[in-house]
Design a binder for this molecule. Structure first.
Ligand SMILES: Nc1ncnc2c1ncn2[C@@H]1O[C@H](COP(=O)(O)OP(=O)(O)OP(=O)(O)O)[C@@H](O)[C@H]1O
Length: 581
């Protein structure tokens, strides 16, 4: 077994000139344990992912290149082909980087456990006679040839397999042996051509198939001094492979069982999924939740960013403390600061007597969820950044700085990269919020979740309305095929509408088409079938319009543009109707 065989691929190779922020961004959502920073192909520094995140969080907005970051981790570069027993002893905690063809192919963290494992594998110094004794008695055959391709040594097992005595074979050229079909082809001859380790299938005179491995041994001037060839019975390899596969299958089964149990935990939070994409999200949530790091959740409207923020909170050490949400898109621009940081009595006209506690204060000790962070006005972005940097804020109209210990999770369906380019979102704030990034795929890219979600929503709405409706089988297929532009929220609303609108116990596809049409294709002519109080009619229409615009556009700003009114009106109306609901 070689070093390359026991290495892990949980590393990220980046340029030394890359910035801390860029690297942390690359780490987000990846299963990476180490970062290797290289300059012109040469590894200069290594970091653990945790150390980089810590450095990033302590960097106070200064996004320095990795070159300027202090790494406390030592590393050693070794050939991936180095047999494990030849791995030298080194300081505990060193990162061994396995190189092949001048490129890193894996890493090995030299921990105490690894040290013990390796030393159990190490041999003692042996005399020449000792080695000879070992070779003579070993179960594997060994054939040593010269750099000119002539056999110079073979052990009794090799004599037995080849079927000729050593006295005849020593000195014979490999080419001649191949020609006479004593064995063919020859891995050792191949090594002389390629100058590197060769694995190949070889056939013996009696037809037995062997898997041969030959390696070169170089002299001081770089010429091949010897080749050493060993081989294994192919049947035996297949058996071992089978054993390994069944062990792997058992381990996989165990992992799957654990994941199923973890999924149950999410179901208790009414969070349902079954697609590989969302299992990946689940693993990221579980990994990040206890680390108390700032998380940015991105994804289209309705993918479940809110429910994910909550699940991070409930899986964190702050679970017994408050989870406070503020929807930056639903609050008129001029009120967000007061909503977030609170205000003192008399801070502005209409301010309540005695002032008001803000969301930051309410969340003290717990989690603050900044929903629709992309809608946060620029002036407030600076204040938020200040708060993130020193955990201190001042109430509107106040002078006394106050402390609050909150974990920040933010979410948006807007394109923050584009907003940063346009100058409407601050880059320094983005890096502060995006310490860990979770990007949630839209429902059309994880259709594996649809059956679970349907089952959950059916149960939920049947119980809400005291009904027991079922879906016709062809309807399930249609729901599966549909593209769900409004994602899980649209699926949820559609199922509620289906349950309410359908007659009889089975919901059919006709009702589905009706429900989808009603939701998505607003008719230009508003039909009025009777007389109702003017105020009621006006507010019903207002509610439908503003909610539909918000669901379609994904932000209060875009909805305001589509409706031809200002953002604060959209925000006010949405808040009013959500509260009424
Ligand atoms: N995996 C899920 N299991 C159960 N319900 C879900 C799931 N994902 C989303 N939902 C439900 O779908 C609705 C929309 O979810 P949520 O509000 O979390 O989406 P969002 O991505 O935050 O949307 P927006 O960007 O518009 O704020 C909510 O009622 C939520 O409970």
């Amino acid at each position: 077994m070689n070093l390359g065989d026991i290495c892990s691929s949980k590393y990220l190779l980046v340029g030394l000139e890359e910035s801390l922020g860029q690297t942390v961004k690359k780490l987000s959502g990846q299963d990476t344990a180490f970062v290797l920073a290289a300059d012109f192909g040469q590894i200069e520094k290594v970091f653990t992912d945790r150390a980089l995140l810590r450095l990033y969080m302590e960097s106070e907005g200064c996004d320095s290149p990795l070159e300027d970051c202090v790494s406390r981790m030592s590393f050693k570069i070794l050939s991936a082909d180095l047999p494990v027993e030849q791995i030298p002893e080194m300081e505990e905690g060193t990162l061994v980087i396995a190189f092949k063809n001048e490129n890193p192919i894996g890493v090995l963290h030299y921990t105490q456990a690894i040290q013990e494992l390796l030393s159990a594998n190490k041999t003692f110094d042996l005399s020449i006679e000792g080695f000879q004794q070992v070779f003579e008695n070993i179960e594997e055959e060994i054939v040593v040839s010269t750099g000119e391709g002539r056999i110079s040594y073979l052990n009794p097992k090799a004599e037995y397999l080849i079927g000729l005595p050593a006295r005849e074979l020593v000195g014979m050229s490999l080419e001649e042996l191949v020609e006479k079909k004593i064995f063919y082809p020859s891995a050792a001859l191949e090594v002389l051509k390629t100058r590197e380790k060769v694995d190949m299938q070889t056939t013996l005179k009696d037809g037995e198939e062997r898997l041969s491995t030959a390696i070169p041994i170089f002299d001081q001037s770089g010429g091949i001094k010897y080749t050493v060839c060993t081989s294994k019975n192919v049947g035996e390899i297949l058996r071992l492979n089978q054993q390994l596969l069944s062990k792997k299958a058992k381990l996989k089964q165990k992992d799957e069982e654990i994941e199923r149990m973890q999924k149950k935990e999410f179901e208790q939070m009414n969070f349902y999924f079954d697609s590989p994409e969302m299992y990946k999200v689940m693993r990221s949530i579980r990994r990040t939740a206890p680390l108390d790091m700032t998380v940015l959740i991105q994804g289209e409207t309705g993918v479940g960013k809110g429910i994910i923020a909550k699940s991070i909170h409930y899986l964190s050490n702050r679970k017994h403390q408050p989870f406070v949400k503020i929807n930056c898109g639903l609050i008129p621009e001029n009120l967000i600061e007061a909503e977030l940081f609170g205000y003192e009595e008399g801070a502005f006209t209409g301010a309540s007597k005695g002032g008001k506690v803000g969301k930051v204060e309410m969340a003290n000790g717990g989690t603050l969820f900044l929903d629709e962070i992309g809608d946060m006005p620029l002036p407030l972005q600076i204040k938020l950044l200040d708060f993130i940097q020193d955990a201190t804020f001042v109430r509107v109209g106040g002078v006394k700085p106050q402390k609050a210990d909150v974990r920040i999770i933010s979410a948006t369906n807007r394109d923050l990269d584009k907003m940063m380019q346009e100058g409407s979102f601050r880059q320094d704030l983005f890096y502060r919020l995006n310490v860990f990034n979770l990007t949630i795929p839209p429902l059309r890219e994880r259709t594996g979740d649809i059956p679970e979600l349907i089952e959950f929503f059916l149960k939920k709405f049947n119980s809400k309305y005291g009904l027991n409706k079922k879906l016709a089988p062809d309807l399930i297929y249609e729901l599966y095929q549909y593209s769900w532009p409004g994602n899980v929220r649209e699926l949820e609303h559609t199922l509620e509408r289906l349950i309410v609108m359908s007659e009889g116990d089975e919901i059919n596809s006709e009702t589905l088409h009706e429900a989808l049409n009603n939701a998505q294709k607003p008719s230009l002519n508003i039909v009025c079938n009777g007389i109702m109080p003017y105020k009621e009619a006006k507010s019903t229409l207002e509610k439908i319009l503003v909610q539909r615009a918000y669901e379609t556009c994904g932000s209060t700003y875009k909805a305001a543009e589509a409706l031809g009114i200002d953002q604060s009106t959209v925000a006010k109306l949405l808040k009013k109707y959500r509260v009424e609901n």
